[in-house]
Design a protein around this ligand. Sequence first.
Ligand SMILES: Nc1ncnc2c1ncn2[C@@H]1O[C@H](COP(=O)(O)OP(=O)(O)OP(=O)(O)O)[C@@H](O)[C@H]1O
Ligand SMILES: [Mg+2]
Length: 250
Amino acid sequence: MSYALEFENLTKAFGEKVAVHDLTLRVEAGSLLGLLGRNGAGKSTTLKMVTGLLKPTSGSIRVLGLDLATDDLAIKQQIGVMPEDMALLEYLTGPQYLRFVGRMYGLEDAVIDARRDELFAKLDLAPAPKGLVAEYSYGMKKKLALCAALIHAPRVVFLDEPFEGIDAVTSRTIKDILNSLQSRGVTIILTSHIMEVVEKLCPLIAILDEGKLLGFGPLTELRAAEGADNLESLFVDLVGGVKTGELSWL
Ligand SMILES: Nc1ncnc2c1ncn2[C@@H]1O[C@H](COP(=O)(O)OP(=O)(O)OP(=O)(O)O)[C@@H](O)[C@H]1O
Ligand SMILES: [Mg+2]
């Protein structure tokens, strides 16, 4: 069995707050995993640890069989990341930013520009907006962050809320891109609060709650085990906490 991602007793504490608690999880290569959880559940913290943006408090992470503690550079060359805050360089233009990212991965400028043209055409960013990234709309920034995550043909892709703030047409395109990446053996781990999207896109689901793994497995098996009609019911049933009743002043 070849695993793209392995967490062993992974924990992250911020002072008293344990954001990720003793997480053990193995994701097979070629999976498309939807990482779900309520606000504050620990999803972004988990992704930040895998992608080297945060150091774990304890536990270990392996990506493509390599240990992040000792082989972080080799891992970074093979992963694509769209972090929660997108982490763009706002005072470059989009094409300049992609040149910057592509060169970091050792790509030739001609290769970067050709891939940029394809990505921009696909994501409706063409013709390349002339202004600085700072002047892009929120959705345009997200699209650029996705371009940066894919430009070097990574083997594993981590996307933190890739569909948030994205129009319905582009969402469809992104789903197509992710499906075709998966069909070529790329492993994808994404977070999303949009249950309808995750339900159709992600055969494999992990649910975090207060930093702990509440459920993990194929969506069909999780749904059958809980007797849930759809992912939203499964999620709400497992996580709980829905508040009913009216607001006193309305
Ligand atoms: N740098 C930090 N310092 C202190 N606490 C943090 C920090 N980053 C995250 N946390 C805390 O860790 C917990 C998990 O946060 P995280 O951002 O991982 O949640 P999330 O599942 O991504 O939520 P959301 O769906 O809202 O994006 C939260 O309680 C948050 O306040
Ligand atoms: Mg988050």
